[in-house]
Design a protein around this ligand. Sequence first.
Ligand code: NAI
Ligand code: CS2
Length: 484
Amino acid sequence: MTQLKRAPAAPRQGRIGIVHLGLGAFHRAHQAVYLERYRQRTGDAAWGISSANLRSSVGLVDTLREAGHCHHVAEYADSESVTLREIGVIEETLFTGQEDGQWGRDLEALLTRMTAPETRIVTLTVTEKGYFLSPASGDLLIDDPMIAFDIANPASPRTAPGILVEALARRRAAGVAPFTVLSCDNMPDNGKRTRAAVSQLAARRDAALAEWVERAVAFPCSMVDRIVPAMTETDFARLAELGVEDKNAVVCEAFAQWVVEEDFPQGRPAWEADGVEMVSDVAPFEAMKLRMLNGSHSLLAYLGALDGIATVFEAVSRDDLETLLRRYMLEEAAPTLAMPEGTDLEEYAERLIARFANDSLRHRLQQIAMDGSQKLPQRWLDGAGMRLEAGEPVPCTTLGIAAWIRYTKGEDLSGNPYPVDDPLAEHFQALHQRHGEDADTLVRAFLAEDAIFAPELAQMPGFREAVVTAYHTLTQRSLSAALA
Ligand code: NAI
Ligand code: CS2
């Protein structure tokens, strides 16, 4: 019998103080829950959210409107206990992407909302690729057609950086103090990277604007953590059994964490009592989470998908994969971390494995495998470079890289095809077609992708050879042999 706890809803109809870009599952299950809890505890209605999709999911924007901007979050501690929350803090939803060939249905409404003095924070979950930065160098991808469009059409932007620049330019022209920009995406130094994208794009428009952005706009970093799988029909059916018929609902684990850098010149909610941890330096927490949690996730994703495994729960239930995770976390990731005194990384690793083994979440490996070109540097490669420089081997990471390269072929080890969802998917397909099963030239070609592999890593003595050996074992023998 599922034990159901209903968290009471907060008072409705607040004022908008936050604009969010990227109305996805994670935003609805993480930031919106923290702000709902804040509103419910304090009665402060000043921090309502206007949430926009810039790219996809116009349906969600409209169905949330139709539902009076209320959605449910089902937090599963395990398959027997769930807390159901009703979230009303998202007060408005907007869409600026392409619909029936037209772009920017609600662009003016969004820019007006972002220019309003009451809007004091803009948050983002637009995925790692939504910042249009080179994963390895952090430089703005000015040749990307979307960025090129925003450079040519600054007043009708289509990308997150373009929208931020236009909104900030309007605030500056109106003499309105800038909002604080808070990225909630899985990137290291996510605030600094967001600043880089905005500053570099502003500089293409107006040097004085770029100088103002550098001087006056705060871009605090944050580490965000809550496992929120994309909804499946099974999830909606489970909610229906709880009496919840809500197409805007999300399912997630009970665990949540939000560590935020204290840098909000225009003010912020006093959300510490709702679980938000305010710190002076987020970097250690970000590196710990990205390398230990996300690095493990990506190992499961590529190795598991090649073996035809569907979910995190199924993958971590395999003893050899669980053993791999422990070894990766404790021998390859943990030694690269500089954590505050008293941090117990072994205990953190055990908690992560327990979270992965949550039998109530159907977290698909294919979802985690998405956008690997944007994820590997911060999840594996930064740490691997540190270990190799220290003369230490990284066999788990090397196996992961070999598995990712093979994954981009678009078929598992039994030949079953699947779509590869990555901004560079077509390019990777071309590399596989050119090099076939010649592991040495294929690996060399992938390691030469300097937008992903920093040259100083790719050229580390023995690194390429180790990836080739792992690739051979994986493809000529089996996953079990490679894990053994
Ligand atoms: P989702 O697929 O539900 O939503 C993705 C959002 O990103 C959508 O709003 C989509 O319109 C937007 N988007 C995608 N490409 C874009 C682009 N090029 N420009 C602008 N917007 C773009 O995914 P979900 O679960 O909401 O995750 C989003 C991000 O949140 C992740 O990429 C990650 O950085 C972060 N996150 C997710 C967690 C999870 O477990 N789902 C946990 C921790 C962080
Ligand atoms: C996952 C993350 O999809 C992925 O890449 O690794 O979304 C993961 O679920 C979160 O970072 C957990 O906080």
